[in-house]
Design a protein around this ligand. Structure first.
Ligand SMILES: *Cc1c(COP(=O)(O)O)cnc(C)c1O
Length: 558
C-alpha cells in the first residue's frame, strides 16, 4: 500500500500539535508551529521522516474579545475533509479496559522541490467507540487530567501502532517533540521483551526527546492511581522507577529516561534544563523558522532579485547586507502597509504608514508579561509627544483555563483604551499563523519581555528577522544568541538570571526614549543597517534548515 519512497522512511516525529496552515487550526502556539516548520524543512531537505499528531477536530479555539476586554472562546469550524485524506486503516488502543478504535487521516507536506512528508492525524470519533472516547480527539489540550492522559495514550501508543499498520517498517528513530508522546516508549519496550526482561538500551537507541519549556506546567504528570485505572495493562508498572516519581507518572522523565539524545531548544534553555533535570545529558539545538513560510511577499520578491535561490538556501540570506538600503525600506513599507490596512479595516483606528509601530503578539500567559509596556503610561505618552509618535499592535490568545492570562488581556485592553486619542493602539483578535505573519512582517520593532529564564526559545522574533525587523527583547531564549546591541536590535534588562522588574522597566523606557525612537525618526541610515543585519545575521541562521540539519547530524543519523 505504501509507495517505496514512504516505505523507506526512517524517522517518526511525534507532536501533540502540528501547525502547518492557519486554516487547519490544530495548534495552539509555538510548539505546534515549530513542529510544522520542522516538517516543512524536512520536506525541502528530503529528510526521510513522517509526522504523527492528534486530529483536534474542534481546533484550539476561535478568539473574540468583547467590549470589556474579556476573551470569548468559540469552537473553530473547519472541514477536515477539505484538507485531509481519510485512510482505510484502523487500530485499537486499550483505555479503561475498552478497545478504543483509532482511524487516521493524512496530509502531505510538499517540499520546495516536490519531496513529500506525510503527516498522520489520529482520530477516535468513530461510530464504534462510545460517547466519551469519541470526544478524545476533539480538543487540543483538554484541561481535565483524565482526558489529557487518554489523549497521550492515543498519541504515543496509538501512533506507533498506526504507523506499523500503515506499513512503515523501517523506522529507526522516534522523535518525541515534548513529553506528550512519551508513552510511545511502552510500545517499543514491549517489542524488546525476552525471557521476561526488557531491553532499555535498545529503546534508548531509537529515541530522541526535545523539551520545550522550563515552566513546570509544561511538563505533564499524572497521578499513579489515575494511570492504573486508565492504562492498567501497561508495561510501565513493571518498570516504575523509569516512569514514575513521587507517585506520579512523569512524561518528561519518561522521555529523558528512554532517549539517547535529549535537547533543549536554545543554548540558555539547554543550561536551564540541565539544572532542572540533573543526571541527564542535555544538549541544545536552537529553534528556527521555515524561511519561505514566514517571509512576506514583498521581501520574497526582493530576495528573489538579489539572492536568487535563497528559499532553498536560507543561509545565503547573509548576502542581504549587499541589498541597497532604499529597496529594503520600500520593501518594508509595502509589508507595513498590508498590516496597517488590515488593522484599520478591523479596528477603524486610522493608523499611519509612517508612524513608528511596535508589535507584540504571542500566547498570553503571565511570564510573558504582555502588560509591561504599559506599566508607566505617562512615560510612554511622554516619549510619544516629545521624541516621536508611536503606534502599538497587540495580539494573542490565553489558554481557556489560564485565568491570569485572561486578566492580562483585559489589562492590556484597558491600557489601550487609556491611550485613546493620544497613541493609536489595538488588540487584534484571534492570533493565528496568518495574523502572526502579517504582524511579524509589518511592524517596525518586535517587542518581547518575558521573565528570564522562562522563554525556552521564542520564534516570533526570528520571523520578524526574516522581514528585516529588529527585536527589542529580554535576554532570554534565542535572543541570547541572536542579540548584538545596536546591530541586530536591543536588549531589555541585564543578562543576569534573577528577575529584576524595575531594571527591565527602566531599560525598556530608556532605550525607547534615547535610542530606538530617535534612531527610527532621525537616523534612517543607521536604522536600515540594523534591518539589514537582522536579515543577514539572524534570518540566515535562525531557520529550520540549520535546525533540521543539526537534528540529522546530532540526533537522527549520528
Ligand atoms: C510564531 C507564533 C507563535 C510562537 O511565538 P513565540 O515567539 O515563540 O511566542 C505563537 N503563535 C503564533 C500564531 C505564531 O505565529
Amino acid at each position: 500500500m505504501l509507495s517505496e519512497d514512504f516505505r523507506n522512511r526512517r524517522v517518526a516525529y511525534f507532536s501533540m500539535e502540528i501547525g502547518f496552515d492557519s486554516r487547519v487550526p490544530t495548534y495552539s502556539g509555538g510548539l505546534g508551529i515549530l513542529a510544522g516548520d520542522t516538517l516543512k524543512a524536512c520536506a525541502d531537505l528530503k529528510i526521510p521522516i513522517i509526522g504523527i499528531t492528534l486530529l483536534a477536530e474542534n481546533g484550539y479555539f476561535f478568539q473574540k474579545i468583547d467590549e470589556e476586554g474579556n476573551q470569548i472562546e468559540m469552537p473553530t469550524n473547519w472541514s477536515k475533509d477539505d484538507f485531509l485524506k481519510s485512510l482505510p486503516v484502523k487500530i485499537s488502543v486499550n483505555i479503561e479496559g475498552r478497545e478504543v478504535k483509532v482511524q487516521v487521516w493524512e496530509y502531505i507536506v510538499k517540499g520546495l522541490s516536490g519531496y513529500s512528508v506525510p503527516l498522520y492525524f489520529l482520530d477516535t470519533d468513530i461510530d464504534e467507540n462510545d460517547e466519551y472516547h469519541r470526544t478524545l480527539t476533539h480538543y487540543l489540550y483538554g484541561e481535565d487530567k483524565k482526558y489529557r492522559l487518554c489523549q497521550e495514550i492515543i498519541l504515543g501508543v496509538g501512533g506507533v501502532r498506526i504507523i506499523e499498520a500503515l506499513g512503515y517498517n523501517n523506522i529507526e528513530k522516534y522523535h518525541m517533540n515534548e513529553g506528550h508522546a512519551s508513552f510511545l516508549v511502552t510500545e517499543l519496550l514491549k517489542k524488546t521483551k525476552k525471557e521476561n526482561k526488557y531491553n532499555i538500551e535498545a529503546v534508548k537507541k531509537q529515541c530522541i526527546f526535545t523539551t520545550h519549556t522550563p515552566v513546570p506546567a509544561g511538563h505533564d504528570r499524572f497521578p499513579l492511581d489515575l494511570v492504573k485505572n486508565v492504562f492498567p495493562s501497561s508495561v510501565l508498572f513493571e518498570l516504575p522507577e523509569m516512569f514514575c516519581r513521587d507517585n506520579e507518572v512523569n512524561m518528561t522523565l519518561i522521555g529523558m529516561n528512554f532517549s539517547h539524545y535529549i535537547n533543549g531548544v536554545a543554548k540558555r534553555h539547554g543550561e536551564v534544563s540541565k539544572n532542572m533535570f540533573p543526571g541527564h545529558t542535555i544538549n541544545f539545538i536552537t529553534n528556527g523558522v521555515h524561511s519561505f513560510s514566514w517571509t512576506a511577499d514583498s521581501f520574497k520578491k526582493l530576495y528573489d532579485k538579489y539572492i536568487p535561490g535563497w528559499e532553498q538556501n536560507p543561509f545565503s540570506l547573509r548576502n542581504a547586507l549587499g541589498i541597497p538600503k532604499e529597496e529594503i525600506w520600500e520593501t518594508h513599507q509595502e509589508a507595513k502597509k498590508t498590516l496597517i490596512d488590515y488593522v484599520n479595516r478591523q479596528e477603524n483606528v486610522g493608523m499611519d504608514y509612517d508612524v513608528f509601530t511596535i508589535g507584540f503578539a504571542r500566547r498570553v500567559t503571565s511570564y510573558k508579561r504582555a502588560d509591561l509596556l504599559f506599566n508607566d503610561i505617562n512615560r510612554l505618552l511622554e516619549i510619544n509627544e516629545k521624541i516621536g509618535k508611536i503606534q502599538i499592535i497587540f495580539a494573542g490568545k490565553a489558554h481557556p483555563q489560564d485565568i491570569k492570562g485572561k486578566e492580562l488581556i483585559k489589562s492590556v485592553f484597558f491600557s489601550i483604551k487609556e491611550l485613546e486619542g493620544k497613541v493609536k493602539a489595538v488588540y487584534l483578535e484571534n492570533y493565528d499563523m496568518k495574523l502572526g505573519k502579517l504582524i511579524t512582517s509589518g511592524v517596525d520593532l518586535w517587542l518581547n519581555n518575558p521573565v528570564r529564564p522562562r522563554e525556552a526559545s521564542g520564534t516570533s522574533g526570528m520571523k520578524a528577522a526574516h522581514n528585516g525587523i529588529p527585536s527589542f527583547s529580554v535576554l532570554d531564549g534565542w535572543w541570547v544568541e541572536g542579540h548584538i546591541e545596536n546591530i541586530t536590535g536591543w536588549s531589555i534588562g541585564s543578562d543576569k538570571e534573577e528577575l529584576n522588574e524595575v531594571e527591565d522597566l527602566q531599560d525598556l523606557y530608556d532605550k525607547l526614549e534615547k535610542v530606538i525612537v530617535p534612531m527610527f525618526y532621525n537616523q534612517k541610515d543607521k536604522w536600515l543597517d540594523i534591518m539589514k543585519h537582522s536579515i543577514s545575521l539572524n534570518a540566515s541562521f535562525f531557520n529550520t534548515y540549520r535546525m533540521v540539519q543539526q537534528y540529522v547530524t546530532n540526533a537522527y543519523f549520528k
